[in-house]
Each structure stands twice: as structure tokens, then as C-alpha cells.
Design a protein around this ligand. Structure first.
Ligand SMILES: NC(=O)c1ccc[n+]([C@@H]2O[C@H](COP(=O)([O-])OP(=O)(O)OC[C@H]3O[C@@H](n4cnc5c(N)ncnc54)[C@H](O)[C@@H]3O)[C@@H](O)[C@H]2O)c1
Ligand SMILES: [Zn+2]
Length: 354
């Protein structure tokens, strides 16, 4: 399998490189004037390898919470960059998961009308998905991911050994995000992830194959539809329901786990509408169920789910926009009328998740 993947964006062509020893690469990479932004937990866990590098450059330690990933909280980061002499030709290095990524990418896009940033993703979710695709999103107070743009890093270094310290829940969150790409891709990739799921949890070589494939699949869409004008819509499969679950549970359930539930809900509604057979839905469910494991949706009801869905800015009146499926590899965006029938369907499906 290749070690690198190139992604074309309107701004630059950038590369993802798989490396075994992030600290050596980082030491070679870093130049005077650059600024490292590191997740506090990563700094603690990898102190011996990261701390020596922080002696030579300015750095910021991020507390990885949604509060920190906000317009309000990044002002002190920007102030610090300006006060410590950060210039347009210097670069920002992000070491962490999606939260660190979004803070750094957003800041890089607005500092001096744009500075280069380099990403060392440390969660499976960031490695298999969010590191490419250019999106930057930050929160505005309680409004999640409402500010942002499209601003890719100039380079991405993936070291899978970071995942040795990741919690099982966050690992499964990343697997959930991968599952969604493999199901959107079609039957062959569905079979592959079903066959390789267990091995990938133990064997980095197997996992690396899945991560590479996930990124490569996303790359095709990101290059065709960098600014999310249409084709990338299919990647919202499982996400409308998933976002509702995240918000109802106040982010107790991580993104990729919520998306695993969300895909099963989308399949359930597709089956009720006759778009897929009940057998097909039940054939796909076990891998999703394995991924959400012992997590339950006790506090999710038809009412709070519909309320969360109706807050989605894309939805109007008594209709919600969701991604449904006619089968693996055939997802499509569709309005769904909220009727007594749909309420009953949703209630039946949610009952299987409690
Ligand atoms: N911009 C995008 O395209 C995009 C896409 C998807 C998600 N996101 C955003 O990403 C965020 C979620 O990101 P995430 O799931 O990558 O996680 P995260 O950044 O929220 O980190 C999750 C937890 O794992 C810890 N952690 C990170 N790496 C670790 C490691 N190797 N070992 C031990 N602990 C580690 C962190 O300290 C944190 O406590 C959300 O804010 C979401 O909105 C952005
Ligand atoms: Zn996602």
C-alpha cells in the first residue's frame, strides 16, 4: 500500500503521509518562528517526545472541549500569536483530534489572510476522515460548528501509533465514521469492513489499510465538490440523526457512535418507505450494532429527536431533510414529511436502541 495520498484543492495540492515516528518527522519539520498547538492530553501522554520540541518554538496547549473550539475562546490564542511575534511566513502545527484541528484550521484561515498549517491527527476520526476535505468549523457560544470555511492544511502526517492511547469509545467513534464511508461506497467495501473490523481493532496494518481507503474514497468526492455544493451530500448519511443524538445527549455520545445509530435509523426509515427490504436493513445492522456496543439511547425520544432535527438550519416546516438509501452505495438526499406514520416508525426504531 502506498505511504502517501495527494489531494487537490482549489488552494493547493496537499499530501497525507503515513509515518511510524511522528516525533522525528516533527523535529525535521519545525522551523524557527513556527507555533505548535497541542492537545493537553496528548502532551501529557507523549511528554517525553513532544516536550523537547516545545523548547525551541512558541506553543499553545489546548484543552480539548467544545467550549474551547469557539469564536469567543480563540481570541486569546490569536492574541498570543500576535504578542509572540508570529508572522505570515510562519506556520501553525496542530497535534490532536478534530477539536485541535478546527481551532488551528480556522485560525490559520484568518491570520494575515491565511497562513500555512500542518496537521498531525491523533484520533482515528481525524486520521480517517476530518484531516482531509478542507472544512473548518468552530462554535459560536452554544451554536455548534456555525462559523467556518474551507482551508486545507499544507501537509498531514498520520502516525497510527497515537491510537494506542485512545479510549475504546473514541476508537469506535472513528470506526463509525469509517463505516459510513464504506457503506456509502457500496457492497464490496461493506463486505470488507465487516470482514476486517475485528482485526483492525488489534492490528495496525489492517487498520492502516482501512484508513487509507477511507481517505482515498473521501478524496474523490472532496476533489469534485470541495465546497459542498452537491455530491458530498451523501456523506451526511447517518449524520442528521447522528447530530440530533449528539445534541440531545449533550455530546456524551461521541460523533462516530451517534452516526452509527444514525445510519441504522436512516436504514430503518428507508425500509419502512419500501426503498430497501427489511432483510437488507437487518443485514447491515449487526456491524453498526457492534460498533455502538453497550451505548444506549435512553434519553432520546421521538419528540426530542424531531425537535432537534427541526432546529437544523436546512429544515423547514413539517419536513426534514435526510439522507435515505436504496441500498449500499445508493444514498440520496430526500425530504421526509413528519406524519403520524413517520413518528411511529421513528418510535419503533428508537425502541431497539434502548
Ligand atoms: N473539520 C472537519 O471536517 C470535522 C469533521 C468531523 C469532526 N470535526 C470536529 O472534530 C471534533 C471531534 O474530534 P475528535 O473525535 O477527533 O476528537 P477530539 O479532538 O474531541 O478528542 C477527543 C478526546 O480524545 C483525546 N485524544 C486525542 N487523541 C488522543 C490519543 N491519541 N490518545 C489519547 N487521547 C487522545 C482528546 O484529548 C479528547 O479528550 C468535533 O468538534 C467535531 O465537530 C471536524
Ligand atoms: Zn462525521
Amino acid at each position: 500500500m502506498p505511504d502517501t495520498l495527494s489531494i487537490k484543492s482549489s488552494k493547493i495540492t496537499y499530501q497525507v503521509q503515513f509515518k511510524d515516528d511522528f516525533a522525528t518527522t516533527l523535529a525535521e519539520h519545525i522551523q524557527p518562528g513556527d507555533h505548535i498547538v497541542v492537545d493537553a492530553n496528548i502532551l501529557e501522554l507523549y511528554q517525553d517526545r513532544i516536550a523537547p520540541l516545545l523548547d525551541s518554538v512558541q506553543h499553545t496547549v489546548i484543552n480539548p472541549s467544545e467550549d474551547q473550539k469557539s469564536y469567543q475562546a480563540i481570541t486569546s490564542f490569536i492574541e498570543n500569536l500576535l504578542e509572540t511575534g508570529f508572522r505570515k511566513n510562519n506556520r501553525l502545527f496542530a497535534i490532536g483530534g478534530g477539536i485541535t484541528q478546527d481551532i488551528v484550521a480556522f485560525t490559520a484561515s484568518i491570520m494575515f489572510r491565511g497562513v500555512n498549517w500542518i496537521f498531525y491527527p491523533t484520533t482515528l476520526l481525524a486520521q480517517c476522515d476530518s484531516c482531509i476535505g478542507s472544512k473548518t468549523s468552530i462554535n459560536f457560544g452554544v451554536y455548534k460548528n456555525q462559523l467556518g470555511g474551507f482551508y486545507p492544511p499544507s501537509e498531514i502526517i498520520i502516525d497510527l501509533s497515537f491510537l494506542d492511547t485512545l479510549s475504546s469509545l473514541d476508537l469506535r467513534s472513528g470506526m463509525g465514521e469509517m463505516l459510513h464511508y464504506f457503506l456509502v461506497s457500496g457492497e464490496e467495501d461493506f463486505q470488507r469492513i465487516c470482514n476486517e473490523y475485528d482485526a483492525a481493532m488489534k492490528d495496525k496494518n489492517v487498520l492502516r489499510g482501512l484508513v487509507f481507503h477511507s481517505l482515498d474514497f473521501k478524496r474523490g468526492f472532496a476533489e469534485r465538490d470541495e465546497f459542498d455544493q452537491g455530491p458530498r451530500n451523501v456523506f451526511n448519511y447517518g449524520h442528521s440523526f447522528g447530530h440530533a443524538i449528539e445534541s440531545i445527549t449533550q455530546y456524551r455520545i461521541p460523533h462516530g457512535i451517534a452516526v452509527s445509530f444514525g445510519m441504522d435509523i436512516a436504514n430503518g426509515i428507508s425500509a419502512k418507505l419500501g426503498l430497501i427490504t427489511e432483510e437488507e436493513r437487518l443485514r447491515i445492522r449487526p456491524i453498526l450494532e457492534k460498533n455502538w456496543g453497550d451505548i444506549r439511547l435512553d434519553e432520546v425520544t421521538v419528540d426530542n429527536m424531531l425537535e432537534a432535527l427541526s432546529k437544523d438550519k436546512k429544515n423547514v416546516g413539517n419536513q426534514i431533510n435526510v439522507i435515505l438509501t436504496r441500498g449500499l452505495g445508493d444514498m440520496f438526499k430526500s425530504p421526509l414529511d413528519v406524519t403520524d406514520d413517520t413518528r411511529q416508525w421513528l418510535s419503533d426504531i428508537l425502541d431497539t436502541m434502548k
